[in-house]
Design a protein around this ligand. Structure first.
Ligand code: ZN
Length: 431
């Protein structure tokens, strides 16, 4: 009798190397070798980007297999042996976890847990209690913190929205050296497949975005709306070094799954939120060039920060004035001694208040601008000794330098989970 057998893995990588997606790719290939078929695409699930203990990419993976019962012990052995062999176990902060779950349906409680792991903070005790309750088997390496993400990856059904990423890996001898990919072929690929693939190039600098800069085994990752789109793009990219293997993941990247709508009074550190309100404190440029302003809704006030390496996004924030209606999207940060701050990922400008400027009347005799006599006292020309009443001043409307619309940080500053505006402008196309 065949049955669904699911595998979740998390926290195998470190800042120095490895990548949980690679562990997943190796396991997927080994399972195929022993005749175990995968059901659907493997999943790559990004977890709460505000998580205090996050690993580099903060991603977990899950595979679903349909297999005969007698093969399950072989599947388990392949998974555990591969994690043991590839995980960065010598790094203190790397604490892998593996979860096995046998069952046709995803329990409702597990789905809720998965959402919480993407949007909030979960303890290892919560993960263990849930695993026990639903009959999932957990394997902890060292502290085993990875069982949280492993369980969450199994339980994330990607029902609301999803994207795909095709990841190509380098051969061991090339890892750690500069990546060799023909840049012109990436530009061509992007022109052919955009917007069904996205984030291939930085829109402002033209920099290639598909190759990472970390010492991990990834040669490149192509993000897109479907497996067909990323596979087509993969064929168009010219790698100038051998590709050991590649895999297509279905993922919550680029979906905004981490964001929750909230009133300011409800906002908590480690959340990522969507908050609607009005600017109540004018933007200030702080040392480092970051822009901070304050917003409020009917429940409270919060700071918003545009920490952005390029000028485009923070210049939008800088041009806001008190009274402008906005929607802020971003991760909430608590800094010692300072109020909570939303680190902006996206900003929707809904309504701009009119900005006016008063122009003093001109002297009817000499034609020069008259001086104010003080608040509510009218104007005078000292030279000609002529006076003018308060209402002689003209009020003119100043042109606003920002327009209503949606704005985002460029790809290099964007969270893996943040939905790029291009995905909003071009909803998923059917093939
Ligand atoms: Zn005059």
């Amino acid at each position: 009798m065949s049955m669904l057998f699911r595998v979740g893995i998390d926290d195998t990588d470190s800042k120095e190397g490895m990548c949980t997606t690679y562990v997943g790719a190796v396991i997927a290939d080994k399972l195929k070798e022993i005749g175990v078929q995968l059901v659907g695409f493997p999943k790559l699930i990004r977890l709460n980007p505000g998580w205090p203990y996050k690993t580099r990419g903060n991603c977990a993976i899950a595979l679903t297999t349909r297999t005969q019962k007698h093969k399950i012990p072989y599947v388990k052995k392949i998974v555990l042996d591969t994690v043991e062999r590839l995980a960065e176990l010598h790094v203190e902060t790397t604490n892998p976890g593996v979860v096995f779950y046998q069952g046709e349906k995803t329990p409702a409680k597990l789905k809720l847990f998965s959402k919480k792991v993407v949007q909030d903070v979960v303890t290892i005790e919560e993960a263990e209690a849930l695993a026990w309750e639903i009959g999932a088997e957990t394997h902890k390496f060292k502290l085993g913190r990875g069982i949280i993400g492993a369980l969450a990856a199994i339980g994330n059904t990607l029902e609301r929205d999803w994207t795909c990423e095709l990841i190509a890996y380098r051969t061991p001898e090339n890892r750690g050296t500069p990546r060799k990919v023909d840049a012109a072929s990436v530009v061509e690929m992007s022109a052919e497949t955009f917007p069904n693939t996205f984030d291939n190039l930085d829109p402002f600098t033209g920099e290639i975005r598909i190759t990472p800069h970390t010492p991990c085994p990834i040669l490149y990752g192509i993000r897109g709306e479907s497996a067909e789109a990323v596979l087509r793009a993969h064929k168009l990219v010219k790698a100038l070094e051998p590709i050991e293997r590649f895999i297509v993941y279905k993922t919550n990247q680029g979906t905004d799954e981490h964001l929750r709508r909230a009133k300011i009074a409800e906002v908590k550190p480690y959340w990522s939120v969507i908050v609607k309100g009005k600017v109540c404190g004018a933007p200030k440029v702080i040392p480092g060039g970051h822009v901070i302003f304050r917003m409020r809704d009917e429940t409270g006030e919060i700071d918003c920060a545009a920490y952005e390496p390029t000028h485009q996004f923070r210049n939008i924030a800088r041009k806001l004035v008190v009274g402008d209606e906005i929607v802020a999207h971003g991760g909430v940060k608590k800094r010692p001694g300072l109020p909570l701050t939303i680190n902006l990922e996206k900003l929707a400008v809904l309504k701009l208040v009119p900005v006016t400027r008063k122009i003093n009347p001109t002297c009817p005799r000499c034609g020069k601008g008259m001086k104010s006599e003080g608040r509510g006292k009218g104007y005078s020309c000292k030279r000609c000794k002529i006076k003018a009443p308060v209402d002689a001043a003209r009020i003119v409307r100043v042109k606003r330098e920002v327009k209503p619309g949606a704005f985002e940080v460029p790809p290099r500053a964007r969270r893996h989970l943040a939905r790029p505006l291009i995905r909003v402008a071009y909803p998923r196309r059917k093939y």
